[in-house]
Design a protein around this ligand. Structure first.
Ligand SMILES: [Mn+2]
Length: 357
């Protein structure tokens, strides 16, 4: 836990700014800490980190979109989600943001000289700490789960690659991995092994967590509708369970819930991690994202499904990914950008609710 104040920074402060863009961050700092002075706010934040209470969920922002690749802009997701959640401040502890060097993704892609330069930039000296957003997140989450194995962490992304450290660290810290499963809401499978030679990014992260599961059928994907391959391909080659958006729409809420419940129950699952890519929702509701897709899931159905599953299983980890608040892809028919942000914030509230003990 000693490294946490170095690895993380104030809530909303993970997007590095010098001058341009800093007013976006000041608003949140003022609302959280009553000051625009970073040093004063930091002193208050450090106190929060020192006195963490695992009885409430914790929020962690990973404002990196360097693992994305169509329309970026999800780096502002964690800040804007928190602004929308100001009315819920009493319900969670805010761990802050991972410190993000926006040109980096994972330390394994870096040479030693670059790592040293970035350590000097982030920490003021060469040390053993990671420097890329996914590597920093993984290290911070490991420390947090080691000190508080019962922590319930809600991650805010970021592009979907930021789920990689969140899910990995959650799996690695389970007392009984055989009873732990992942439920992944998404329009896309994110199951590529590599994308242009890169093995950890928004299109591959789910493939890269498969070997961390007790068994591959512990992953259920829901909302899929944009895939180069048919559903049977993913089942026969990877053994992953999928409920496509068209099936969910046909079955309705009750039958969908029963299918998920019986699948997990047969496997003896007791606890779930929920990863929620906002593009699982129909583009009418989730247009402010990198890859919006038509004919998706409906927000009230997703909320109701999560509330039902929470009665069957303990939900002990979750994330909300891919809200890109300033992105507005051309040709997307939607209500307005503000409503897209509000829908994402409402989903974040539901995730917070199902994480509450
Ligand atoms: Mn995704």
């Amino acid at each position: 836990m000693k490294a946490i104040p170095d690895l993380l920074t104030l809530p909303g402060n993970g997007v590095f700014t010098v001058n341009s863009g800093k007013e976006k961050k000041e608003k949140l700092m003022l609302a959280y800490y009553g000051t625009k002075d970073v040093e004063k706010a930091r002193a208050k934040w450090v106190k929060t980190i020192a006195g963490l209470d695992p009885k409430r969920p914790w929020v962690l922002g990973i404002p990196s979109d360097n693992g994305g690749g169509i329309h970026r802009g999800a780096n502002w997701g964690p800040l804007i989600l928190r602004q929308e959640l100001l009315g819920e401040r009493e319900r969670f502890t805010d761990l802050g943001d991972v410190r993000v060097i926006p040109h980096l993704l994972h330390d394994k892609y870096l040479n030693e000289a670059t790592i040293k330069l970035c350590q000097k930039a982030l920490y003021g000296k060469v040390n053993k700490l990671p420097v890329s957003p996914l590597s920093i997140a993984h290290r911070a989450l490991d420390d947090l789960y080691r000190a508080h194995p019962d922590a319930r962490i809600l991650g805010f992304g970021g592009d979907h690659s930021t789920s990689y450290p969140l899910v990995r660290a959650w799996l690695e810290s389970r007392r009984d991995l055989a009873k732990a499963a992942v439920l992944h809401f998404d329009a896309h499978t994110d199951l590529l092994q590599h994308r242009l030679g890169i093995d950890i990014c928004f299109g591959t992260w789910t493939y890269q967590i498969l070997d961390g599961l007790a068994s591959r059928d512990h992953l259920i994907q829901i909302g899929i509708r944009s895939s180069a391959r048919k559903k049977a391909h993913w089942k026969t080659t990877l053994g992953v369970e999928q409920l496509w958006a068209s099936e969910v729409r046909k079955w309705g809420l009750e039958k969908t819930h029963k299918k998920i419940r019986s699948h997990y129950r047969k496997l003896g699952i007791e606890e779930l991690y929920v990863s929620f890519d906002i593009d699982a929702l129909d583009e009418k509701y989730a247009a402010a994202t990198g890859t919006p897709e038509k004919e998706g899931l409906l927000p009230p159905d997703c909320a109701a499904l999560l509330r039902l599953l929470r009665k069957d299983f303990r939900i002990t980890g979750a994330d909300l990914m891919e809200l890109a608040p300033y992105v507005w892809p051309e040709g997307v028919e939607a209500r307005d950008q503000k409503s897209s942000i509000r829908v994402a914030a409402d989903m974040a509230k539901v995730l917070l609710e199902v994480l509450e003990a």
